[in-house]
Design a binder for this molecule. Structure first.
Ligand SMILES: [Cu+2]
Length: 402
């Protein structure tokens, strides 16, 4: 957006200078005399020709493409809402940018998984989230205005049991500039909750739904333009445990892939702005696990640990080819379908935008295991995270040969 404003300013200055030059040097009196010598019919033809030329240019391409799109963007989403942030909201953001909370670590902690549910019957569970627009760093020195649930990307991991009634309260923080809501894929009902949960800044609403089917489900903001809200960081996972519960493991982790679309390209430092064209092109600047390019391992385990990863894809556009370098998944629940038969001995599993998978494996050898989207160029955009494993070596499984 800043780039666009600068370009318009440069254009205006250039036009003013050009006009000044014309006023100063063109022989206006001579031109006026010659114009009068034109027959009136020729004058009309010339005027119409010039008007057509200008008008045609105005319709087909009024401005160079790279800054023509956002302010005049036309897209075909419901109600014609475009992917660009409304201009007045952008201005409001820069006026009020001091009021946004600066979050030190915007990336959700992959260890923050609520404990397994031990009760044997359904109940009513009260959950709450706060939609909050904050400023955080996707990588060192690269800040972005994230739109979040509870100030982190992804939002909090929710855990309920099949048959539970969930009463979900959503508050939109008073500092927000935009309305938000929540659409949970675990909901049966129009909008997945979005229709009942749309909150203006400062507003709170509660709705309830019955968790009817076990599985691991994505939730996200579904306020128009949906992909704009989604790609600012508003997504998370809710686990609906089956009646019999999840089999016990030593470690559970919460990992969610997501995309960020920013102007100025990969590595541009400072407060970078949202790039709606890149979003529509499906070409993210950053692809991350849990919101940020990792600067230190966030997951630890011991040799022999059984590990379960709840893996989601907040999107907006790309399918994740989820793989852990140096491991084979003992068990995978494709598409997180807990009622279906799992797969065994899997190398890479697809995690669709707005979808999830559950993978389980045992770590046999110490060292660093890198989680990736195996569309490996995305590693250069940040799509990796490290599981650090300590413990006894086992040369019978993995060793150098002298
Ligand atoms: Cu939103």
């Amino acid at each position: 957006m800043i780039q666009m404003i600068l370009e318009i300013m440069i254009l205006v200055v250039a036009v003013v200078l050009l006009c000044a030059l014309l006023v100063r040097h063109l022989p206006w009196k001579k031109l006026k005399k010659r114009w009068k010598k034109f027959p009136s019919s020729s004058r009309v033809i010339l005027a119409v020709a010039l008007a057509l030329l200008i008008f045609h240019g105005g319709i087909s391409r009024p401005l160079p493409v790279h800054f023509a799109l956002p302010p005049h963007m036309q897209t075909f989403a419901p109600k014609g809402v475009t992917a660009a942030i409304p201009f007045l909201k952008v201005v409001e953001f820069f006026i009020k940018s001091g009021q946004f909370e600066r979050v030190e670590d915007i990336g959700a902690d992959p260890n923050e998984v609520p404990p397994p549910i031990t009760r044997g019957k359904p109940t009513t569970v009260e959950l709450s989230v706060t939609a909050k627009e904050v400023i955080g760093e996707v990588a060192d020195g690269i800040s972005f205005n994230f739109w979040t649930y509870d100030g982190a990307v992804p939002g909090p991991f929710m855990r309920v049991r099949e048959g539970d009634t969930v009463e979900l309260t959503i508050t939109n923080d008073p500092t927000s500039l935009h309305a938000h809501n929540i659409d949970l894929h675990a909901v049966n009902g129009p909008g997945g909750g979005a229709a009942l949960s749309s909150v203006e800044p400062g507003e709170t609403k509660t709705f309830s739904f019955k968790a009817m089917a076990p599985g691991l489900y994505v939730y996200h903001c579904a306020t128009a333009n949906v992909s704009t809200h989604n790609s600012h960081g508003q997504y998370g996972l809710i686990l609906v445990e089956p009646e019999e519960g999840m089999t016990p493991v030593d470690k559970e982790f919460y990992v969610m892939q997501g995309e960020l679309y920013t102007s100025g390209g990969l590595g541009k430092t400072g407060l970078v702005t949202f790039d709606s064209e890149a979003l529509l092109d499906g070409n993210p600047t950053y692809v991350t696990f849990n919101g940020v390019v990792e600067d230190a391992p966030r997951m630890q385990a011991e040799v022999g640990d059984t590990i379960r990863m709840y893996v989601g894809n907040g999107g907006t556009n790309q399918i994740s080819s989820f793989h852990v370098i140096g491991e084979i998944f003992d068990t995978v629940y494709p598409e997180a379908a807990l009622s279906s038969a799992p797969l065994h001995d899997v190398q890479t599993t697809a995690v669709l935008p707005g979808g999830a998978a559950i993978v389980e494996f045992t770590v046999d050898v110490p060292g660093n295991y890198i989680l990736v989207d195996h569309a490996l160029a995305r590693m250069n955009k940040g799509a990796w995270a490290i599981l650090e494993v300590t413990g006894e070596d086992d040369p019978s499984i993995y060793s150098a040969v002298e």
